[in-house]
Design a protein around this ligand. Structure first.
Ligand SMILES: Nc1nc2c(ncn2[C@@H]2O[C@H](COP(=O)(O)OP(=O)(O)OP(=O)(O)O)[C@@H](O)[C@H]2O)c(=O)[nH]1
Length: 368
């Protein structure tokens, strides 16, 4: 069963069945107390009402267990309201007793199914109270003994607090799920690295925080695994996946906390080194190349040797970020042409342009 909001509502619906049993038993006691108050003998209708109070919530629960459908739950909540109306007539509509039940159940209807369900429920309660009241020719009795009020008010307090508790816990769990979903939307599901979209967002953020007067140089390294297809073709995709995960971890662990590593796509990564000039960036790229080339990436008892080709380009916030990526990509491509397992610089002077004002750069950092 999928974990959709509908199913989480079903679980809440299910958890209120014990309250339904409790409420109807209290309502049954109200019938008994009502008769002891008027000293009238229990007639057939009152006995029937009493039996309904005891039996119905259990039957409702059993039928719910068999169906576990949203519609079953909605039907039961409406039957509840119709029964509250009918039994209200049996206890002479005593408002101090009937109102707490109506309020509590309406609150539950509202919390679980919204206003439409509340209106339907109240209409059903009203119609059934009217019909039974007319049929039994019942009058309204206002007097109540304090003991009669205990049950309904206890029920009201419990149901409304329980609904509050459900709303609170549901709100928290929805919030957690939303946060989790937002986090996942920014991460690559295989490697756990940030994805391309998130990288652009972070660059935009960094750019707006950059001091326009003294812009720093940022260096980009495009990283591509060499002959990676062979790993997949020879050993299968799970080996390829394991290698990607291990290489991405090695890249991440080899860099500063302020550097960014993103999965650019497939077997390609983008490393972004803030406050790093081109020369320093070249050294970092060489370090990464060496580490991976000297490493062994094992999966299922098989050791894989991997090499990287890296293209390096630098920019200040004045330069065109997209163009810098293209330059790094071009350098990477050249590295592949020259035989792979190498670092190639794109620094021919064109990677750092001084044309646009610093603060307006953020808009350039949008995915191609
Ligand atoms: N296992 C796995 N493989 C992937 C994933 N993404 C891309 N690939 C594979 O990466 C391979 C990339 O192949 P190519 O573009 O030919 O590159 P290459 O074999 O590394 O060769 P060069 O880049 O030219 O050195 C393809 O086989 C893709 O199926 C992934 O998430 N998991």
């Amino acid at each position: 069963m999928s974990n959709t909001p509908t199913h989480s509502i079903e679980r809440i619906g299910r958890s209120i069945y014990p309250l339904r049993v409790f409420g109807f038993i209290l309502f049954g006691i109200s019938i008994l107390l009502s008769h002891s108050k008027t000293e009238s003998p229990m007639d057939t209708w009152s006995i029937l009402g009493l039996i309904t109070c005891v039996v119905y919530p259990h039957l409702a629960y059993l039928s719910y267990l068999r169906n576990e459908l949203r519609e079953t739950e909605i039907r039961h909540m409406q039957v509840d309201m119709a029964l509250i109306g009918a039994i209200s007539a049996l206890i002479h509509f005593t408002p101090a007793i009937v109102l707490p039940y109506l309020i509590a159940n309406s609150a539950a209807n509202y919390a679980l199914r919204g206003m439409q369900q509340v209106v339907k429920g109240l209409a059903l309660a009203f119609v059934s109270a009217l019909l039974v009241g007319l049929f039994l020719n019942q009058t309204i009795v206002h007097e109540t003994q304090p003991v009669e009020l205990l049950g309904p008010f206890f029920y009201l307090i419990i149901v409304t607090h329980y609904m509050g508790h459900l709303a609170y816990t549901r709100g928290i769990s929805l919030l957690k799920r939303k946060e989790e979903a937002e986090k996942m939307a920014h991460l690559d599901f295989l490697t756990g690295l940030i994805n391309r979209r998130s990288l652009f967002q972070q660059i935009r953020q960094n750019d707006t925080q950059t001091d326009a007067e003294t812009p720093d140089t940022t260096t980009i390294i495009m990283v591509d695994l060499d002959y990676f297809k062979q790993v997949n073709d020879t050993h299968g995709h799970d080996h390829g996946d394991a290698v990607l995960v291990q290489v991405s971890r090695l890249l991440k662990n080899s860099l500063r906390d302020t550097d960014l590593v993103a999965r650019w796509g497939g077997e390609e990564f983008l490393v972004l080194l803030p406050k790093t000039n081109h020369k320093q960036g070249m050294m970092v790229a060489e370090g990464l190349r060496e580490k991976v080339a000297n490493g062994v990436f094992s999966h299922d008892g098989i050791d894989h040797k991997i090499t990287l080709t890296l293209g390096v380009a630098s920019y200040t916030c004045e330069s065109d970020f997209q163009q810098t990526i293209q330059l790094a990509d071009k350098a990477l491509y050249e590295g592949k042409q020259f035989g792979r397992n190498r670092v190639v610089s794109a620094d021919d002077g064109s990677s750092v342009r001084e044309t646009l004002p610093c603060k307006s750069k953020a808009k350039d950092a949008t995915p191609a």
